[in-house]
Design a binder for this molecule. Structure first.
Ligand code: F0G
Length: 352
């Protein structure tokens, strides 16, 4: 049994690295593909449904897959500082990997719209956090311009190494299932991850590792659904702050992935996202962040289209611990406080 040494060592032959690349890794990847039978049952026919729980990566999201590559390549090129715009997860991953690689991470975030856990991470890892009075789309415009003018390497998913790293999510799904699934459901914000997954499936298909390709089903929040409506959202809004994005950078690539795979873009309301978020936690024991639950919410929304016997994988992109505020505010559980510290009082509170 080989120890897991991270994505770059495991999938080296599929990645643009050489012996000279200094690998900056936190042993990311190798996240579990978990069956979710209660959710599968709601589809009302015989199907297999799995979640790819990428919230179990070292910084708690799929961004680690892209960041091990982007930071290793930045280090190879001699970068001293990196910069990104972020709704939170990219900032946490950039901060962790950049510091591990001995670089300065600068992160631009939309002031007031980043979940608490992500902000805590970026700060503690040692990022220089700059909150702007604007949304993610504006922050991305600024960092793109900055990277052209100043000695900082851009590590958003417009950096091609990010997508190279993220495509390994698709490799892992195929390595476990023995083939690609029929459907791949994924939340879409800046549209890098859907692009990366499609790249991964296509490369593995070409290498003979899978016999088929999945339909790429991309789900956006209804208040931030440019790929669904076909036009940018100047003021995106959703409780799923990770995907509160109105003008995705990988727009064309995502459309190409959807079309080539005969997939679909669709939107889910915040209420549908929260339903799936609670369902995953309370019936399957899986705590993801709200944006991640959009993949499951979307699958349930279009469940009638799923063929009997199909295998469906929903990508859960981030860990629920990232956003404790939303969890506490939107749980259906009873939280009884102020109980007297006596057996009788506790039993009474338990209804026994
Ligand atoms: N899910 C989570 C938890 C995310 O953090 C993101 C994006 C997405 C889904 C969407 O992925 O952008 O590749 O389509 N988060 C970025 C960030 C924007 O800054 O952390 P995408």
């Amino acid at each position: 049994c080989q120890p897991w040494l991270g994505l770059i060592e495991t999938y080296r032959e599929y990645l643009p690295v050489s012996e000279k690349t200094p690998v900056v890794t936190l042993y990311e990847g190798n996240t579990p593909l978990i069956p979710v039978p209660s959710i599968a049952q709601r589809i009302g026919k015989q199907v297999r449904v799995f979640v790819k729980y990428d919230g179990l990566n070292p910084t708690g999201s799929f961004k680690d897959r892209g960041m091990t590559m982007a930071i290793s390549k930045a280090k190879e090129a001699g970068a001293k500082a990196v910069i990104c715009a972020s709704t939170g997860n990219t900032s946490a991953a950039a901060a962790a990997y950049a510091r591990r690689g001995g670089m300065r991470p600068f992160v631009l975030i939309p002031d007031g719209y980043v979940a608490l856990g992500k902000l805590a991470q970026a700060l503690l890892y040692g990022a220089e956090v700059l909150a702007i009075k604007g949304n993610f789309d504006r922050a991305l415009e600024i960092v793109r311009e900055m990277a052209e003018t100043y000695p900082v390497t851009l590590v958003n998913s417009v950096n091609p190494y990010r997508l190279e790293g993220q495509k390994t999510g698709a490799f892992e799904v195929v390595d476990v299932l023995g083939d690609a699934p029929d459907w791949l459901c994924i939340p879409v914000g800046n549209a890098g991850n859907i692009t990366a997954y499609w790249m991964g499936f296509c490369e593995y298909h070409q290498a003979g590792k899978c016999g088929r390709l999945p339909r790429m089903m991309g789900f956006q929040a209804a208040g931030a659904a440019p790929l669904v409506t076909g036009h940018p959202f100047p003021h995106p809004e959703t409780i799923a702050t990770a995907i509160r994005i109105g003008n995705p950078a990988s727009w064309e690539k995502a459309v190409a992935a959807k079309s080539a795979s005969t997939g679909e873009f669709n939107s889910v309301t915040d209420a549908e996202i929260l339903d799936a978020y609670r369902l995953l936690a309370s019936e399957e024991g899986i705590f993801c962040e709200p944006a991640s639950a959009a993949s499951v919410a979307g699958m349930l929304k279009v469940k009638d289209q799923i063929p009997t016997g199909a295998t469906v994988v929903c990508v859960l992109t981030g860990n629920g611990l990232k956003d404790p505020d939303t969890a506490i505010k939107h749980s259906n559980s009873q939280f009884k406080q102020g109980i007297l510290p006596e057996v009788k009082a506790v039993a009474e509170a338990m209804g026994m």
